[in-house]
Design a protein. Sequence first.
Lengths: 263, 222
Amino acid sequence: MSLDTVFALWHTLIGTIADVVPIVVIIFGFQLLVLRKPIPHMGRVIAGFVYVLIGLAFFLEGLELALFPLGKLMAAQLTDPAFIADIAGVAKQMAELDWKDYYWVYLFAFSIGFSTTIAEPSLLAVAIKANQVSAGSIGVMGLRVAVALGVAIGIALGTYRIVSGTPLHWYIIAGYIVVVIQTFFAPKLIVALAYDSGGVTTSTVTVPLVAALGLGLASTVPGRSTLLDGFGLIAFASLFPIMSVMAYAQLSEWRAKRASRSN
Amino acid sequence: MVVIVFFQLVVLQQPIPNLGELLLGTLFVMIGLALFVKGLEMGLFPIGETMAHAFARKGSLTWLLLFAAALGFGTTVAEPALIAVAEEASEIAAAGKVIENTPEAMESYADGLRLTVAVSVGFAILVGVLRIIRGWPIHYLIIAGYIGVIIMTAFAPPEIIGIAYDSGGVTTSTITVPLVTALGVGLASSIKGRNPMIDGFGLIAFASLTPMIFVMGYGMLI
């Protein structure tokens, strides 16, 4: 480990601590001034905070070393006009490229959506909590995979939207309609958790990579503006997990019913 | 990680630069996640739940709602992802001639946007906590929020829509999520007649919905 790495790790740790300061101030302020009770297991809680901070610093620094430079470079290479024209085979002009010629981009969007979501720490936290609360009937890995599939489909569709240049709000409104319909058919226990999983998917890992992909794509495809079309991928990534988690619950309910009927 | 290696070698057919850094980074990611999970169980989950129980025992709704709003606002206003998005948004606004193209005008626009999102998250956690206490079914509130988003989309300037939709996703950070989740579950389990599974979750959902509406409102006002 070089000195640079240690230094960068330290820098990230300071940054993470700065993010936590407002939270700590609010918690301890209310605890001491309003609730006026000592915090039980104070030492343990503080140790827990320290673990979270050091853990996040290592995690972010690891991403910075391993994933981000390469991921961003690849998002740029895959959306490079030369690469896409080359894959398309015939020497087509950029303007003549069909949306189908971007298939590597969709595949990359799908896989990057899936893998970054599996690695997302906040999703892991919610999955652990859901597993505890549901007394084990919601599996940690099952929920993470369901959410990751949702994000993957969402981002792949989002890149298609950028390539085809169709307006964002129609997709989102259509998504809302599907979510509302699903809500009435999904098992009641899962609904709140499914809504939550939309918001937790996109944080530390997913946002930088997905943003790089969106902006790169919008600057490559002819007729798209980075400013107007580069955004919106995160919105897709927050909407589709809601559907996939409810679908996952419906599927497991249906399978449980079928199993009990055959007995 | 596998995805990156596959695309780099097979699709783009280029060697991987800095293999050593890649391996070291992977190791860091694994150590980091293990420590994070340990810290969750020791620190963030217990403090969220004990505070929820303490507020429920104290029985003061005002203080609880104030705490909820402060937590939502305080954790969002300093969120790095939000700061980045707000800066990009100010560039778009300047390019679209919505505001003057000067650093001062852009900065005040970005700060205003950041405050708007933070206020909306504070409001969201407040409403979410109220929902847990009263036991309102979540889907009516969410559907009302969706209708709000759709109505605002029809009136908001087109430049802001993409950013507004994205701002819903970036607000909730890695430390906020476990804390808020533990708070919700703790509240639902200490109030009689509430099911932690049905009523305890859902705070994050509100926190990702209200910023969309508030940011579009901000775009209409400026």
